[in-house]
Structures are given as structure tokens and as C-alpha cells.
Design a binder for this molecule. Structure first.
Ligand SMILES: [Zn+2]
Length: 151
């Protein structure tokens, strides 16, 4: 009787341990993936796309100016001129719409970064050495810069 209970208990403990280890392994593998997908890539992507878009917009505006010049010099037929100009203006309009979206997104990201930066700054202030002002991790008991004991 005693033996059967302890075998049952052992199996139970072993089973719990396996389930726990398995869950921990899943979390360990999935967490960095999920975090990376959520936070990191958007930041630089939007900024890079905005840069590309602004240079493309400058190209389109320059093309319209060239087109007007060519037309004024009499090197373009009326129909061609109107058609090309309409296409350029259409593209410029699309670029302007996308630019608005990207600028809002980039500004939001910059605000988030600034908040994170200030949060970090105020955290490191809490562990600043009173003697020399060096910022130290909270676990340090003595300042590595000047040797003063930390609170
Ligand atoms: Zn110090």
C-alpha cells in the first residue's frame, strides 16, 4: 500500500516536472521571437521608407519642372505634355498621402523612444554615486570609479 502510493506520487511529480520543463522551453523559445516581431523592425523600416519617399518626391517634382521647361521650349506636343504631367501629379499625390502616414508613425516612434530614454535616465540617476556622480548598477556596493560606498 505504502509502496503504491509513493510510486504514484513519484509518477505525479515526474509528470509535473516534465510538463513544467516543456512549458518553460516553449516560453524560452517563443518569447524573444514574439518580442522581436512586435517591437524592433518597424522603427527603422518606416524611417528608411520615409527617406526613400522624400527623395522620390523630389525626383517627381524635378521631373514636373523639367517637363514644364521642355513644353515651354516647344519640344513637347500638347497631348504628351498633359498626359505626362497628369501622371506625375498623380504619383506626387500618392506620395504625399503615404508621407503623412509615415510621418505620424515615425513621430509616434520617436515619442516612444524619448519616453524610454527618459525612463532610463531617471533609473540610472537613482544609482548615481554621491561622491563622484558616476552611474552604477543597483547591485554595486562600492563605486568602481572612486571607491565610495553606495547606498
Ligand atoms: Zn564614485
Amino acid at each position: 500500500m505504502l509502496l503504491s502510493i509513493s510510486v504514484e506520487a513519484m509518477v505525479y511529480v515526474l509528470f509535473s516536472f516534465v510538463v513544467l520543463a516543456f512549458s518553460a522551453a516553449i516560453v524560452f523559445v517563443m518569447l524573444p521571437l514574439a518580442r522581436r516581431r512586435r517591437a524592433a523592425p518597424r522603427l527603422g523600416d518606416d524611417r528608411a521608407e520615409l527617406d526613400d519617399l522624400l527623395s522620390r518626391k523630389a525626383e517627381v517634382y524635378a521631373s514636373i519642372k523639367d517637363l514644364d521647361f521642355e513644353y515651354a521650349m516647344g519640344r513637347l506636343a500638347d497631348g504628351d505634355y498633359q498626359e505626362l504631367r497628369r501622371e506625375y501629379k498623380l504619383e506626387a499625390g500618392e506620395l504625399l498621402g503615404r508621407q503623412d502616414d509615415l510621418e505620424v508613425s515615425v513621430i509616434e516612434q520617436e515619442i516612444e523612444e524619448e519616453v524610454a530614454r527618459r525612463l532610463n535616465g531617471s533609473l540610472s540617476k537613482q544609482h548615481r554615486c554621491k561622491a563622484c556622480g558616476a552611474a552604477n548598477p543597483p547591485r554595486f556596493r562600492f563605486c568602481p570609479e572612486c571607491g565610495a560606498s553606495l547606498p
